[in-house]
Structures are given as C-alpha cells and as structure tokens.
Write a protein that binds this ligand. Structure first.
Ligand SMILES: O=C(O)CCC(=O)C(=O)O
Ligand SMILES: [Fe+2]
Length: 341
C-alpha cells in the first residue's frame, strides 16, 4: 500500500444512482487499508457539536467529581479512568476517558452464568453535568442507526444480502462510546496516547477535533496520519468483521501519538459490536472474493474468540486490570489461559 492519506467515502452515494460505484469503492477501501473517512453520514451537525461540548465540559470537571463516576465502581466497565490507568500491550495509555455503553439494566445472574453476562448494566452519569446523559444517549441512537446502515453497505459490498450481519446484533447491538482526552506531552511520560492495537467490534467511528495524532499502520512498520477532516468520521474495521469474512476484511492496527506540549486532543469514539450472546460464523463469500480471504490473522498474544461475549470481556479485562480484579476474580481464576495470555 502506497497511500499517504486515507480514502474518503461519501455515504450519500449509497442511496442514489452511484450505489454500485460506492459499494466498489467501499470494498476497495475496506480491503486495502481498512480505514477511511466517511462524509455525508447523516448524523446531525448540531448533535455532534453538542456531544463535543459536553465532552469538554466533562473533562473540565474537578477530579473529585470525575472520581465519583470512576470505572472501578462499575462491574460493567462503565465510567471514568484517569490518564495512564488503561494499558495497551502492558504500557500505559496517556489519555483520560469516560466509557458509556448501551443503557440497559444489569441481569440477575446465578453462579453458573457465563462471566460476560456481567457486562450488561447501567452507565454511570456525573451529577455535576446533567446535560451529558441526554446528549450522549441521543448521539448513541443516531450513531447506531448510521453504523448499521454502513454495516449493511459492507454486506452488499461483499455480495452478501444487505441484512447478512443483522442476526449478529439483533435487538441488542453493543453500543460502546468513549470520550477521550489526550493531554499534551508536558504531562505525559511517553508519547503513547494509545498504543498500537486493533478494535474488537464490527466498525469503529471517530469524531476528532482539530488536533492530529491518530496514525494507521498501512503496511508493516509504515504509519500514516489520519489528520482531522471536518465533518467526517474516521471509520475502521474491527476484529469481528475480520473473523466473519475469514480475513477478507482486515482489522487494521492504529495508535495515537500524544499532542505536543501545551496542546490537547479530544476524540469521541463509537464502537458498534455484536450482541454479547452471538457466535460469529464465517460467511460464505462469492468465489472471486473467497479466493482472496486467507483466514483471520492470528496473534498468539491476542487469540480471537468467536464467542462475542468472551471476546469482548477479554478485551475489557486486559485493559482494566483493577476492575477485573474487583469484579471478575472468579472468571480470571477459571479462564486465565483463554482470556489473559
Ligand atoms: O482517539 C483516537 O483517535 C483513537 C482511539 C482508539 O483507537 C480507540 O480508543 O480504540
Ligand atoms: Fe482503536
């Protein structure tokens, strides 16, 4: 891949005379880089700005108020983490973040329920900022609708029925939002905003501010900037689509470099995942595509699990060892080999 910038895809073309050309472009972008800018996505500008404003206000709260919604209070991995508390491949990420999931009640569980059922539950909301909850839940709805539209376009681009992936999310898609603030390098002990990683779900969407920092590995050891493009989302493919397409689509590695001293970067991520009780099959692609699918990449340090709940829980346990230790000690004891390598 010789690209120096990410391709730009226009979602409006999916619904008009250019539909077929759009699907071809989508397939190429997805296959070649696995990362692109999405424009004309239909998510309301005012709603985007409202969410960015709320995120800024959240991070500006005094630490004491952010600690009231700290993730350590949530067995569902929701809430606030200060910078350097999340690890990627064992190294601290210099970003503070607030995680929100689908707003659903916790399940009543018995001892033999699988551990991933503990992931469902309510979010934590800061009392000091009551406008945060409605803005984020509105955005979550809008994002889910748009993301499912794009996922259907992906199915069509692979010459599958548009609804091919619907059964994987059913009426309970995993709707994970992360508000993220990367402080400037005067406050960090390394330039790792977030270390090199793949995302685990179907599709990820990033709403960036004006500060660059996101980088994409387009070939082994070759990184390009995904500089902010106003009005766009940066979209990338997660491991679920890699598994489902037997590696025809790839989850691409990316990272964030911390901003220079005295700058900061705010980004808002939306991850669309499958419902937790789904198992990811390998979809039968038409022969012309199947011959280019060489199986999902296997990383001995991060085995991909077809059971969505276990795969998602694995990621959460690794990223947040303090929450794992508090609420999942039994799971860790029983399944160390599968979940923590
Ligand atoms: O903040 C960003 O631009 C990227 C964040 C990211 O890759 C992640 O949280 O998975
Ligand atoms: Fe990511």
């Amino acid at each position: 891949m010789n690209a120096t910038t990410l391709p730009i895809l226009d979602l409006a073309r999916y619904h008009g005379a250019e539909r077929d050309a759009f699907l071809t472009d989508l397939r190429h972008a997805a296959r070649d880089i696995g990362f692109f800018y999405l424009i004309n996505h239909g998510v309301d500008d005012a709603l985007q700005h409202a969410v960015q404003r709320e995120a800024q206000r959240f991070f500006a709260l005094p630490d004491e108020q952010k600690q009231q919604v700290a993730m350590i209070h949530s067995p569902h991995f929701r809430g606030y983490n200060r910078a350097a508390s999340e690890l990627t491949r064992g190294q601290p990420d210099w970003r503070e973040q607030f995680d929100i999931g689908a707003e659903r009640p916790a399940l009543l569980l018995s001892d033999d329920d699988p551990g991933w059922r503990r992931l469902q539950g309510p979010n934590l909301w800061p009392q000091a900022l009551p406008t945060l909850k409605p803005a984020l839940l509105n955005w979550q709805r809008a994002m889910t609708t748009m993301a499912i539209r794009l996922l259907r376009a992906f199915a069509e681009a692979l010459q599958l029925p548009a609804t091919a992936f619907d059964a994987l999310y059913g009426d309970k898609p995993n709707e994970h939002i992360k508000l993220i603030r990367y402080p400037g390098q005067q406050e960090t002990q390394s330039a790792q905003g977030v270390g090199a990683h793949k995302d685990s779900g179907f599709l990820s969407f990033l709403l960036q501010d004006q500060q660059k920092g996101l980088q994409v590995e387009v070939a082994p050891g070759r990184w390009i900037d995904a500089a902010p493009l106003p009005g766009s989302f940066v979209v990338n493919i997660g491991e679920l689509l890699e598994l489902a397409t037997n590696g025809y689509l790839r989850a691409t590695v990316h990272r964030v470099v911390s901003p220079p001293a005295n700058q900061q970067r705010l980004s808002i991520a939306f991850f669309l995942g499958a419902q937790l009780d789904a198992v990811v099959p390998v979809y039968t692609l038409p022969p012309i595509l199947a011959q280019e699918a060489h199986g999902p990449e296997s990383d001995p340090h991060n085995p991909l699990l077809r059971d969505v709940g276990w795969n998602y829980l694995k990621g959460r346990l690794r990223s947040h060892p303090d929450v794992a230790e508090r609420y999942y000690r039994d799971v860790l004891r029983e399944r160390t080999e599968q979940l923590i390598v």
